[in-house]
Design a protein around this ligand. Structure first.
Ligand code: MV4
Length: 510
């Protein structure tokens, strides 16, 4: 505990990651005047993070198990270069208690949470029990240590059907089973256990009532060593496919101030219940009646952190470094009023016309959008070779606007400018999504992409005016509050001249 609370000098940061997030972290370090060390595998000799870092250390063959996941190699690389701190990024070793512990044991600073917080939140059932004890709402479900017979009894007596069987060691949807009736439970328990055992080496499972038609909304948390824990508002992450997020935005189209206050307080309580320090995310489900439930905590910097940065003006990676140094974080209060709207598209080397199959090859032409309200966090360049060894996300396109409709219009502009040739990519998916009236209208849940969206039968390309109409209707529809809706769309809806857009919407519906 003491080492966590001692102010740490940070004179050189090693980034234990690759791709766009390694580049993002190097940029924050450079802004702070801190030299950086990249690590790279055989497949990443010419990668952008290697070019941008001050130094780079080769750590082995392309498969992550032989390079980016080898704790000893990463720590040796830090020793060899004199790096005194390690940023894990996301994925790879970022949520391994053993890695955070090994970094500290080597006398280095881990730019992330304390190992015990990673461990508690990494066990999804223990996380559930811990935050529940602190008064955080969780979905009705089971406590640890029950036999299959106990689980069946509790399922029938208390939880009800449909329910979900979840792996304690899981997260991100791995090892989940939907069970619609008691007769199917024993088989589901057995198969979930088998899957969890082979995927995580830990077959423990638990049960939760299935919350259907919910949205996935997460809160960004920052906590420093001086007892300050705040939230930076929410991100809406419901646009996903097979547990891979595709689009994230901040704020959420369904959020109002009361809900943000209540969920924000819940998120802070959840983080404090494990003594959380540094940046983290509380993942929640929000149902149609705006009941919310803690799902899990991600104890790392997330892919989608830029949307929060754009609406708060806070550099989250900079704050992570400040916090790791034992300083007070910059912001002193939770962010209750995000500035404008930000949306992120994950640009993946995947073919949306063929079941999102990963695509490899050399990027022959690359033209990256810029201009007002556009940010691109990318790990690639023209001539870069995409290999099959790592995940297919090659860039993030993030657009900001004063209102949601302005952010969407800018996203459409930026997507139309983005040119990537030589590999298949999912920009056509995003273009279709941003033509969907339902998406404009902010009417979607976590099943939207899989069940209600298709690459062949999307809605026609609306004009900017039609888009605005949809946004106005949506916000009135979801908020039932003209003042809030006016804020979202940037038009005073008490001024009846703006209601002409509504009759246009009615015509469109015919
Ligand atoms: C749920 C749920 C409905 N009810 N739990 C999926 C990943 C993991 N973080 C938890 N997940 C879910 N847990 C209960 N009790 C629905 C999901 C879920 C989901 C959650 C967030 C984002 C996308 C999702 C897609 C499918 C299911």
């Amino acid at each position: 505990m003491t080492s966590e609370l001692t102010p740490q000098k940070i004179k050189k940061v090693l980034i234990a990651n690759r791709g766009e997030i390694a580049v993002r972290i190097i940029r924050a370090c450079r802004d702070l005047g801190i030299p950086t060390v990249a690590v790279y595998s055989e497949a990443d000799r010419t990668a952008l993070h290697v070019r941008y870092a001050d130094e780079a250390v080769f750590i082995g063959p392309p498969p992550p198990r032989e390079s980016y996941l080898v704790i000893g190699k990463i720590i040796d690389a830090a020793r060899k270069t004199g790096a005194d701190a390690i940023h894990p990024g996301y994925g790879f070793l970022s949520e391994r208690e053993a890695f955070a512990g090994a970094v500290q044991d080597a006398g280095l600073t881990f730019i992330g949470p304390p190992p015990h917080a990673i461990a508690t939140m990494g066990d999804k059932q223990e996380a559930r029990t811990t935050v529940k004890k602190a008064g955080v709402p969780v979905v009705p479900g089971t406590e640890p240590g029950l036999t299959d017979d106990d689980l069946l009894a509790v399922a029938i007596r208390e939880v009800g059907f449909p329910l979900l069987v979840k792996a304690a060691a899981g997260g991100g949807g791995k090892g989940m089973r939907v069970v619609r009736g008691a007769e199917d439970l024993p088989a589901a328990l057995a198969s979930a256990r088998r899957e969890a055992e082979s995927a995580f080496g830990d077959g423990r499972v638990y049960i939760e009532k299935l919350v259907e038609g919910a949205r996935h909304i997460e809160f960004q948390i920052l906590a420093d060593m001086h007892g300050n824990t705040i939230h930076l508002g929410e991100r809406e992450c419901s646009i996903q496919r097979r547990h891979q997020k595709l689009v994230e935005e901040a704020p959420s189209p369904i959020m109002d101030e009361t809900l943000r206050r209540r969920m924000g307080e819940m998120a802070i309580k959840a983080a404090q219940s494990v003594g959380y320090i540094n940046a983290g995310t509380i993942e929640c489900l929000v149902d149609k009646d705006k009941n919310f439930y803690f799902l899990e905590m991600n104890t790392r910097l997330q892919v989608e952190h830029p949307v929060t940065e754009l609406v708060t003006g806070i550099d989250i990676v900079k704050e992570q470094i400040r916090i790791a140094r034992g300083r007070r974080m910059g912001p002193t209060e939770s962010v209750m009023h995000p500035n404008g709207w930000a949306i992120e598209c994950r640009i993946n080397a995947e073919d949306p016309y063929h079941n999102f199959m990963p695509s490899v090859g050399k990027i022959s032409t690359l033209i990256v959008p810029t201009g007002p309200g556009v940010r691109v966090d990318s790990g690639v360049y023209g001539g870069y070779e995409i290999t099959p060894y790592y995940d297919s996300m090659i860039a993030k396109l993030i657009c900001w606007g004063e209102t949601r409709s302005e952010a969407i219009l800018r996203m459409r502009r930026a997507l139309s400018e983005y040119t990537i040739m030589g590999v298949k990519h999912n920009i056509p998916f995003h273009i279709n999504l941003f033509n969907s009236i339902s998406f404009f209208a902010g009417r979607f849940d976590t099943k939207f992409v899989e069940e209600k969206f298709s690459m062949t039968t999307y809605e026609e390309t609306p004009t900017p005016e039609e888009l605005e109409t949809a946004a106005i209707v949506a916000t009135l529809f979801t908020h039932r509050n003209k003042q809030l809706a006016s804020q979202v769309v940037g038009r005073n809806l008490r001024d009846t001249s703006n209601w002409k857009y509504l009759s246009r919407w009615e015509r469109m519906q015919k």
